[in-house]
Structures are given as structure tokens and as C-alpha cells.
Design a protein around this ligand. Structure first.
Ligand code: UD1
Length: 351
């Protein structure tokens, strides 16, 4: 079987999705994007096209749980493979809205799988999460670490993985590459694409960037009583550009063998929240104000990747560090102080 050339990207206007679109356009893929813009905006795709100098083949505003609408997309295009990002992803929110999380993340995935199957499409790259490991303890975690999700977001990703594994067992035509991200962050080096969530950011990096630009007063550090060097939680921050390169390489390997294959995507190096605050302060040239607050429900002390399996299988290794992540996130924030929508409003006012 040959490598795919027409790829459908669900959630293609999202943070990682939009960067993947640029990467795939740059490498000659034909793209079909579906997104319901629940946490993104259509302008993102225009920017992705501007960076790549090419158009996305077709864009559909739809919710992947709408099987009729999704099916019409597969009727219209000859899709070789799917990269599936569309999902809710905020840990804190998931503890407050568990049913919404299971409905969107699990229901979206089953709807997609059924529609793919009906159209004879069986090649999928799935966006999973290191959060499925839960409170697994200290040190790098490999893919054999037992899943112990500590919040509904993580549980929804783990359920999806089990559904995908069952689908692969049931139908020998499937190839599923499941990528467990640690903490993707940063932005496209052009400053045109980055992380711009609706409302108050849940994730550390966009929150820090908004404090640095003056949109928010100070960062609240969630807990300083973890068993770590400075008491704040440790994560493995991976540049979004390294993350998207892994997806492009994954597509090259979809033709290798059928079945489900699971890989961690991380750097293998942990940073505390205060390490990230210091690194961001360094690149933006001013101290970031912060206060210590209580732990966030569902958070764990440490999550660091053992990413040797993917290096062995595909030769993928991240080559950007925390300073690069902060520098690119800061560039995006400076060029888009009020995010994508704010930038569009300013451009319209100038006309
Ligand atoms: C979580 C998931 C991860 C997922 C990501 C997507 C877990 C353990 N990890 O990452 O798999 O890909 O969401 O959104 O469920 N922090 C603060 N103040 C803030 C924001 C964050 O101190 O305002 C701290 C958090 O407590 C955490 C670290 O910064 O220790 C990173 O948080 P965040 O960026 O939200 O990502 P995770 O929760 O690690």
C-alpha cells in the first residue's frame, strides 16, 4: 500500500491541528479539514494557507458527531487517511462537565470510525494524551505504563484508545497510529499561528503569554506542595513544530503494517511550573508575576515521556527546547496581542 495523499484532518483549525495543516501542505498533501470552531476560528486556516502558500482542498464547518454531515464529506472526497484531533482538552473543565467530554471525545471518535468504515477508509492517526498515565510516579514513562486516568478528559482519551484497539482486533484492515502527547506548546516560528483558546486559557503556556502581554494580571501556580525540587508540578513540554513533524512522519508509516501502534511524543525532560515561568521571563525580558494557589483537581505531580519507542520506530526526535517554545509562544502573543479574533478586528478597523 502506498502512503496517503489526501488526508482528512478533524479539528484542523485547532492549536495542533492548524500547525499540522501547514506541515502537510508544505509536504504536498491534499487536505480536507472539518472543524466546528468550538475552540477555534476559521481565520486560522487562512493563516495556515498563507504560511504554506497553498490552499486547503476543502473546509467543512461541522461537528463530527453529525454522521450525516460527516458522511457527505466522505462521499464527496476520496480520503486516504484521517488525522483526528477534534476533541475537548481542558482537564479542569472536564471535571466540571464530564458528560460533555465523553459525548464529544468518545462520541466524536465512534461517529468518525463508523463513517470511515462505511467509506472503506481504515487509516487513522489519533491524538491521544499522556494524561492517561495519571499518577504513575516519577521518571520517564514508556508506553507499557498502565493507564490510570485521574480526570474525565484523560479517561475519555483512554476509552477512545480502547475502542480503537478493539476496532483493530475486529477488522484487520485498520491501521491506527495513536500518539500520546505530553505537553505540546509554543507556536509556528512565523508568529502567524499559535495557541489562542477561547476565554480564559486553561493551559500554562498561553496563560503565561497573556500575563506577559498584560492581558492578565498574574499567573496562578496550581500547587507548590508536590514532591518536586521546587514543589510545583513537572511536565514534559514539547514544541508544537516537533509535534507536527511527528504527525507527518506518522502518515509516512501508515502503510508499514496494519493494527494499532501506540507512541509517546515527548522530549524526555521534565520542567516544573516555576522553570517554565523563569524561561518565559527570560525570553520576554521581564519577570512574570505569579501567585501560588491550591492544586488543580485532577492534576498529577509529574509526567515525563520515555519517547525511545518512536525514535526507534521512525527516527523521530524533537530538536527544540523549552527556550524555543517560550520564544515562539511569545512572538505569537506579541504579533497577536488579542488573539486571532482581536487581530482581525484591528485589520478591519484599519480598512
Ligand atoms: C493536560 C493533560 C495533557 C493534555 C493537555 C491538553 C494531564 C495531566 N495532562 O496537560 O495530557 O495534552 O492538558 O490541554 O491531564 N498550571 C498552572 N497554572 C495555570 C495553568 C497550568 O500552574 O494557570 C500548571 C498545571 O497545574 C500543570 C502545568 O502548569 O502542572 C501544565 O498545565 P497545562 O498546560 O494545563 O497542561 P496539563 O494539565 O499538564
Amino acid at each position: 500500500m502506498t502512503a496517503p495523499s489526501t488526508v482528512l484532518v478533524t479539528g484542523g483549525a485547532g492549536f495542533i491541528g492548524s500547525h499540522v495543516c501547514v506541515e502537510l501542505l508544505d509536504h504536498g498533501y491534499e487536505l480536507i479539514v472539518v472543524d466546528n470552531y468550538s475552540n477555534s476560528t476559521p481565520q486560522v486556516l487562512t493563516r495556515a494557507e498563507r504560511i504554506a502558500g497553498r490552499f486547503v482542498g476543502a473546509v467543512y464547518e461541522l461537528d463530527i458527531r453529525d454522521r450525516q454531515a460527516l458522511s457527505a464529506v466522505f462521499d464527496r472526497h476520496s480520503v486516504d487517511a484521517v488525522v483526528h484531533f477534534a476533541a475537548h482538552k481542558a482537564v479542569g473543565e472536564s471535571t466540571r462537565m464530564p458528560i460533555e467530554y465523553y459525548d464529544t471525545n468518545v462520541g466524536g471518535t465512534t461517529s468518525l470510525l463508523r463513517t470511515m468504515h462505511e467509506h472503506g477508509v481504515h487509516r487513522l492517526v489519533f491524538s491521544s494524551s499522556s494524561s492517561i498515565y495519571g499518577n504513575a510516579g516519577r521518571g520517564p514513562l514508556d508506553e507499557a505504563t498502565p493507564a490510570r486516568p485521574t480526570n474525565p478528559y484523560a479517561a475519555s482519551k483512554w476509552i477512545c484508545e480502547q475502542i480503537l484497539a478493539d476496532a483493530c482486533r475486529r477488522c484487520s484492515e485498520y491501521t491506527v497510529l495513536c500518539l500520546r502527547y505530553f505537553n505540546p506548546a509554543g507556536a509556528h516560528p512565523s508568529g502567524l499561528l499559535g495557541e489562542d483558546p477561547h476565554g480564559t486559557p486553561d493551559n500554562l503556556m498561553p496563560y503565561l503569554a497573556q500575563v506577559a502581554i498584560g492581558r492578565r494580571e498574574r499567573l496562578r501556580v496550581f500547587g507548590d506542595d508536590y514532591p518536586t525540587s521546587d514543589g510545583t508540578a513537572i511536565r514534559d513540554y514539547l514544541h508544537v513544530m516537533d509535534t507536527v513533524e511527528a504527525h507527518r512522519i506518522a502518515l509516512d508509516h501508515l502503510a508499514d503494517s496494519t493494527g494499532m501502534h501506540v507512541y509517546n511524543l515527548g522530549v524526555g525532560k521534565g520542567s516544573t511550573v516555576l522553570d517554565v515561568v523563569a524561561a518565559f521571563s527570560e525570553v520576554c525580558g521581564r519577570p512574570i508575576p505569579y501567585e501560588i494557589g491550591p492544586r488543580r483537581p485532577g492534576d498529577v505531580a509529574e509526567l515525563v515521556a520515555d519517547a525511545t519507542a518512536v525514535a526507534r520506530a521512525w527516527g523521530w526526535r524533537p530538536d527544540r527546547n523549552l527556550a524555543d517554545i517560550c520564544r515562539d509562544a511569545w512572538r505569537f502573543q506579541q504579533l497577536n496581542p488579542d488573539g486571532y479574533v482581536g487581530s482581525a478586528r484591528r485589520a478591519n478597523t484599519k480598512d
